[in-house]
Design a protein around this ligand. Structure first.
Ligand code: PLP
Length: 385
């Protein structure tokens, strides 16, 4: 039994690869997965301590406030002001989320009418598209091309599509391409959304995961952005908290309010002890980030060097946990991933898992322990060098 809207989302694109991986493991191959983007480094100790203390306090054992505790929303607003120099009203412009994925998945339900269009980046994080379909909206792919730095060409959107469009999803630093956007691009996107009556939904899950001193901006730094934009933030990647499920939405009060109202009908918020851990993360020492970033950056550099040594051509990402590499000429994403898996036991993600425009690319993630990355690169060198 499966509803049509679920069927409309389509087949799980990695099913083939999963099957192959299982088959190799059955044959006793030591498979190394460079596909998943899930930090392998522990959550900082002061955050875990806040959770421990919170869990022991019976006051946290009851239903949390729907929009998040006042303390968490204030901590998020204070972090936002320190980080981006943007002041938010913690009551009207901040909403706690069960991870940013939850907010992204529910937002179309809250703001989109059936048949209305959401513009979704392609390649892109699959949730923008699937959430739009679940809300009975129509996802329209916004191609991200290498020659445009993986930024969409907003002026190329057909006028009849634009007339029906209500949401523009953006995500920079970008998963899967590793591309970044500057404030100038965000200013143009805000202006575009204002002119065409769109809600700009910016997924900023990687705002803190950047290298070589680069500091990604927030779309809310654009003057007047909060009139048209909502930005989703995650503690998952910044503080190695993917399993904890906490993030927040910030910006446009009407969209934040609509999402909050929708959520009162769906969930009952984030465990207050987890919110206290979130407060510890957002208000505690921010220098816990530096050692994690140093590890990712070193992995990035080792992987890029190893891949280039076999004649492949990965770019060096300035942000995110991913290397978005063109596949060698004459092959496809899926065929290349299958060949690499067969010959080395290393799992890469085919770009087509993120949309049609991902054809010709594979994604490698930086979230595997160093020794396993080195082993994976050694196998690739032996097989392809
Ligand atoms: C990891 C990721 C998320 C989800 O983060 P959670 O806060 O853990 O739900 C959202 N968007 C992108 C692009 C991601 O890569």
């Amino acid at each position: 039994m499966q509803a049509q809207r679920l069927r409309n989302i389509g087949a799980y694109l990695f099913a083939d690869l999963d099957r192959k991986q299982e088959e190799l493991q059955r044959r006793g191959v030591d498979v190394i997965n460079l596909g998943v983007g899930d930090p392998d480094i522990a959550t900082p100790a002061h955050i875990v301590r806040a959770m421990e203390e919170g869990a022991r306090d019976p006051q946290t054992h009851r239903y949390p406030p729907y929009r998040g505790t006042a303390e968490f929303r204030r901590a998020a607003a204070a972090w936002f002001e320190r980080r981006f120099d943007v002041a938010l009203d913690p009551d009207r412009e901040v909403l706690a989320l069960i991870g940013s994925k939850e907010g992204l998945a529910h937002l179309p339900w809250a703001v989109l009418n059936p048949g209305e269009v959401a513009l979704v980046p392609d390649p892109g994080y699959p949730v923008y598209r699937s959430a739009t379909i679940m809300a009975e909206g129509e996802p329209v792919a916004l191609p991200l091309r290498a020659e445009h730095g993986f930024l969409p060409d907003l002026n190329a959107i057909p006028p009849e599509t634009l007339r029906r469009a209500r949401i523009l999803f953006l995500n920079y630093p970008n998963n899967p391409t590793g591309a970044v956007a500057d404030l100038g691009f965000f200013a143009r996107a805000v202006d575009f959304c204002r002119r065409h009556g769109l809600l700009l939904v910016h997924d900023n899950a990687y705002s803190e995961i950047a290298y070589d001193g680069y500091r990604p901006p927030s779309v809310l730094q654009v003057p007047g952005a909060r009139e048209v934009a909502i930005e989703l933030h995650s503690l998952s990647k910044s503080y190695n908290m993917t399993g904890w499920r906490i993030g927040f939405a910030a910006g446009n009060a009407e969209a934040v309010g609509a999402l909050g109202t929708l959520k009162t009908n769906v969930d009952s918020g984030v465990f207050v002890a987890v919110q206290r851990a979130g407060v510890a993360a957002l208000t505690g020492p921010q220098d816990v980030l530096a050692p994690t970033l140093a590890i990712y950056q070193a992995r990035r550099d080792r992987m890029v060097a190893a891949l280039r040594a076999v004649g492949w051509n990965p770019p060096v990402p300035r942000a995110t946990l991913y290397i978005w590499m063109p596949v060698p000429d004459g092959t496809t994403s899926a065929a290349f991933c299958a060949d690499v898996l067969e010959r080395t036991g290393v799992v890469l993600t085919p770009g087509t898992g993120y949309g049609q425009m991902g054809e010709g690319f594979v994604r490698l993630s930086l979230t595997t322990p160093d020794a396993r990355i080195d082993e994976a690169m050694a196998r690739i060198r032996r097989a392809y060098g």
